[in-house]
Design a binder for this molecule. Structure first.
Ligand SMILES: C[S@@+](CC[C@H](N)C(=O)[O-])C[C@H]1O[C@@H](n2cnc3c(N)ncnc32)[C@H](O)[C@@H]1O
Length: 225
């Protein structure tokens, strides 16, 4: 099954962006996932192709109009069961668990906000699920959508060559990942921890588990709760 991502945006030329390279780019070439970026402005009705207007109640900036956005959403999602996401700093924070859930489905429809955001009525009327990529404000939803898709595409079946990577990674088991090392054996006087070159796999697993727990306790105690 091909995972299909449809992006509604005022900047379709930002896609596939970095997702056209490396693992995601190769997976796209192999047909494991597909992306289409739809220009919201194509659904405007006036000759200036206006998509926004001033906020009701006053205040700075502009708001994406519900009628224009609803037409764009309806155009791409007739008879479509894919989740409809709206990238938004007010949304539920994106987690690896959510990423895994999305990767099990047939795809996603992602609305990228701009300006001061999106008229609340289209969020309610089209059941958009607001998703945030962190507690900071970007100027648009596009980099957030690219980030979400990056995380989803890499866990699609068959995308990562090495089946092991992914399952031991940060957040997969509620822990941050242990430190990683590779050759040379000594770098500026710092050695690779001896256990990692001992060949004793039980000892290596134990060391990694302990390091992962220690790092998590120090940096992200919230994950241990
Ligand atoms: C300038 S922001 C609007 C911020 C909005 N006025 C607020 O205070 O919540 C414009 C768009 O960028 C996107 N965006 C900004 N920060 C984001 C974040 N942390 N996660 C996901 N999307 C974000 C959203 O699509 C948003 O509609």
């Amino acid at each position: 099954m091909t995972f299909r991502a449809t992006i509604l945006t005022l900047y379709p030329e930002m896609f596939p962006g970095h997702l056209g390279f490396s693992l995601a780019g190769k997976a796209m070439e192999r047909g494991q996932w597909a992306l289409d970026a739809v220009q919201i402005r194509d659904f405007a009705t006036d000759k200036h192709r206006t998509v926004d207007d001033t906020p009701a109640g006053g205040g700075a900036g502009m708001v994406l109009r519900s009628d224009i956005l609803a037409k764009a959403i309806d155009h791409v999602s007739t008879d479509d069961n894919r989740p409809r996401l709206l990238m938004s700093p007010r949304g539920k924070p994106l987690t690896q668990q959510k990423v895994r859930e999305l990767a099990l489905g047939e795809g996603v429809i992602i609305v990228c906000g701009r300006f001061e955001g999106v008229d609340q009525r289209v969020i309610d009327a089209r059941g958009l699920e607001e998703v945030s990529i962190g507690d900071y404000v970007l100027s648009g939803g596009e980099p957030a959508a690219l980030t979400l898709l990056d995380a989803v595409v890499r866990v699609l079946p068959g995308v990562m060559g090495n089946a092991l990577s992914g399952t031991h990674e940060s957040f997969e088991n509620g822990l941050l990942e242990h430190p990683q090392y590779t050759r040379p054996q000594v770098f500026e006087g710092r050695e690779i921890p001896a256990v990692l070159t001992s060949g004793n796999h039980a000892a290596i697993d134990k060391w990694r588990r302990e390091e992962a727990r220690g790092l998590t306790a120090e940096r992200r105690p919230d994950l241990l709760k």
